[in-house]
Design a protein around this ligand. Structure first.
Ligand code: SF4
Length: 350
């Protein structure tokens, strides 16, 4: 199979152009056609010679993603189920905010991390996405927004998969997204969320980007976190905290702790106190985002009541921790990540 044109960074396209006996700027022109003019065939790249367009066609595939399903929420959120060339299905969500459109992208087909509150992991990991398959989710969404004169203004890497277990593809995706000659998404408007893959947190800290980091913490101690997130047995709680301290010291950037509240499991005031104790040393460089857990029919978890969410928030706030409660979007359209795909898997899509 031919490689996907969206897999390549600007520099790689320039190298390819040179390898074909062309000047490097031809690579920049191709990048411009892909991300600024957003054409959908090599034929449309009219400032390239016919011979070069033919070489592109011989060397690369240009098929974007197949739209299998699209659900629109009354709040403006749109969820897509896209089909890949090998018939796997992936989810992408576009959310409308008053400050612009944000997109939540998927980095793997399925996930092997096994968080017990997550539908995406139920069938395990099928495969990693290539950088281009992550890029294509944004390009496809942007093409739809083009019709309304709007743009993707922020990206969250919080869809299906653990981006730090698909590190190189995720980094190439980011390089393509932030390139000033392409979609030019501001680095501070991009957030990568990890379940705590410690070696990759160190690596990411050393990348020297301004991209935001969120960590799915979901418990205030090792024992409970291992129950909720088996990945904690591979990368224990204290090692995760240590890597985050390194990240903060190295980058000077704030991190976000994602905490999904599950009724009676991790949402008691004593859990909030314990969490505050653990992260108080980072209180100037972090904030906690509380997420009422989504109902996954296969699991027995029940979401925390509003009252208990506010109580949990209050304990943290009193301890000097910055806390927000995630605003939920798209509730009326097959809910949380992984659920659309799970629903379609039952009906045949892999
Ligand atoms: S929450 Fe994220 S990391 Fe955890 S199983 Fe689901 S997709 Fe994987």
């Amino acid at each position: 199979m031919k490689p996907f044109i969206y897999d390549y960074t600007m520099e790689e396209l320039q190298e390819w152009a040179v390898s074909q006996g062309e000047p490097a700027f031809r690579g920049s022109q191709i990048f411009d056609w892909l991300y600024v003019k957003r054409v959908d065939s090599f034929e449309q790249m009219s400032n390239l010679s016919k011979a070069l367009r033919q070489k592109l066609d011989d060397s690369f595939s240009f098929v974007l993603l197949k739209e299998i399903a699209k659900y629109e929420s009354s709040d403006g959120t749109v969820k897509f189920l896209f089909g890949l060339h090998d018939d796997h299905g992936i989810e992408t969500v576009v959310m409308k905010h008053n400050y612009g459109n944000s997109i939540c992208v998927t980095t793997q087909v399925g996930c092997r991390v096994g968080c017990t509150f997550c539908a995406s992991t139920l069938g395990g990991l099928k495969r990693n996405l290539t950088a281009g398959e992550i890029v294509a989710q944004v390009v496809q969404a942007q093409r739809i927004l083009d019709a309304r004169g709007e743009r993707v203004s922020s990206i969250v890497i919080m869809g299906t998969g653990e981006p730090f277990e698909n590190y190189d593809a995720t980094m190439n995706f980011l390089r393509i997204m932030i390139h000033e000659k392409g979609l030019n998404i501001g680095q501070r408007h991009i957030t990568v969320s990890t379940s705590g893959i410690v070696p990759s947190i160190y690596k990411f800290a050393d990348e020297g980007t301004q991209i935001n980091l969120a960590i799915s913490i979901h418990a205030p101690n090792d024992a409970l976190r291992s129950k909720l997130m088996p990945v904690n047995r591979r990368y224990p709680f204290n090692d995760v905290i240590e890597s985050l301290n390194y990240y903060i010291a190295k980058t000077g950037r704030r991190i976000t702790f994602e905490y999904a509240l599950i009724n009676g499991v991790n949402d008691r005031p004593e859990h909030a106190k314990e969490l505050a104790e653990v992260i108080k040393g980072m209180s100037m460089s972090s904030h906690v985002n509380l997420i009422p857990v989504n109902h996954v029919p296969e699991r027995k978890y029940v979401r925390t009541s509003r009252n208990d969410i506010f109580n949990f928030q209050r304990v943290l706030t009193d301890a000097g921790i910055n806390v927000t409660i995630r605003r939920e979007q798209g509730h009326d359209i097959a809910a949380a990540c992984g659920q659309l795909r799970a629903k379609h898997m039952e009906s045949g899509t892999r």
